[in-house]
Design a protein around this ligand. Structure first.
Ligand SMILES: Nc1ncnc2c1ncn2[C@@H]1O[C@H](COP(=O)(O)OP(=O)(O)OP(=O)(O)O)[C@@H](O)[C@H]1O
Length: 304
């Protein structure tokens, strides 16, 4: 379990994290979402004692990182996968870290097997692909068999196969009862990876919720396609329903009612329906709606 309590971090005059509080529970994957510069890395660094909070605290299983008796057994993290020594083999790298942490050398073989790197353990890390380096980072995080895991943008730059592999890895670790906090700006990916979400913008908490609730709270509308445009327009007006006809799509967008009620209304008036379905906002749209004010530089919207 991770508890972040009123955490604030200032770098000079700039506030990276402000009065941030949230809880990450064990047994599920929690996605830590926010636009670039939102303060995700800074928060994670404070949780594992790499940055000192200006105020507030971050607790791992009820204790601050520096108060943990066996930190490597309690928490493992992958914050930056570019730290490995290019001329060292994965095996040598892990052995060095295991020795420094007082961990048995047998753990090295176990974690190499866990991340599927056993066959290439003797190769120099410099020749590894990004996906292999990420796996090595995960292996390093798992060395102490920790209960709590933090991963900062682990799927950044990976191909779909690599992303799928990491997603399964996260699910498996959470299913073992561990606490898994993973940051990402890939929202569609988080919808498939995480059950819980902590959303921040400009260092401030925007939402702590389940993915399910986050999506259902996002506004949904119902698309209705009918040849009886005038009749449905009149019916909607009569019922006080917001129904906007989009001439380009050739369909109505109805707000505030479930698809079943829209269909029943049409049926009660004998209006033929050619298409009827709920348009649920994607996680991406919901996230944008929540953090739009936080994005420092808005890109040109692309039309698809
Ligand atoms: N050591 C530092 N010194 C000064 N400012 C910093 C430092 N570390 C982070 N910041 C600033 O704090 C803010 C939050 O940065 P942080 O890296 O935590 O965000 P992030 O959400 O992880 O973003 P990204 O996804 O781009 O990594 C940014 O404005 C950043 O420039």
């Amino acid at each position: 379990m991770i508890e972040v309590r009123n955490l604030t971090k200032r770098f000079g005059a700039a506030t990276a994290v402000e009065d941030l509080s949230f809880v990450v529970r064990p047994g599920v994957v929690t996605g830590f979402l926010g636009p670039n510069g939102a303060g995700k890395s800074t928060t994670m660094r404070m949780i594992v004692g790499l940055d000192t909070p200006t105020s507030g605290e971050a607790l791992i299983n009820g204790r601050r990182y520096r108060e943990l008796e066996r930190p490597t057994h309690t928490v493992g993290c992958l914050l930056d996968a570019s730290w490995t020594h290019a001329n060292r083999s994965a095996g040598a790298h892990l052995k060095m870290i295991a020795a420094a942490g007082g961990l048995p050398a047998t753990r090295v073989d176990e974690v190499l097997s866990l991340v599927g790197l056993s066959d290439v353990a003797g190769r120099k890390v410099g020749g590894y692909s990004l996906g292999m380096r990420q796996r090595l980072g995960l292996a390093t995080a798992m060395l102490g068999d920790p209960e709590v895991l933090l991963f900062d943008e682990p799927v950044n730059g990976l191909d779909p196969e690599g992303i799928l592999w990491i997603r399964r890895f996260m699910h498996a670790r959470a299913a073992e009862g561990r606490t898994v906090l993973v940051s990402s700006h890939l929202l569609s990916e988080m919808a498939q990876t995480a059950q819980d979400l902590v959303v921040i913008g400009r260092g401030v908490l925007r939402a702590q919720t389940s993915v399910e609730e986050f999506l259902s709270a996002a506004t949904s509308s119902v698309l209705l396609r009918t040849p009886h445009v005038d009749e449905f327009t009149a019916a909607a007006r009569e019922e006080g329903i917001t129904a906007t006809f989009d001439p380009e799509a050739g369909a109505f967008l109805v707000e505030g009612l479930p698809a079943s009620q829209v269909g029943e209304l049409a049926a009660s008036l004998g209006i033929t329906v050619h298409e009827l379905h709920e348009k649920r906002a994607s996680l991406e749209e919901a996230f944008m709606a929540l953090t739009d004010q936080d994005v420092e530089y808005h890109g040109q919207e692309t039309t698809r």
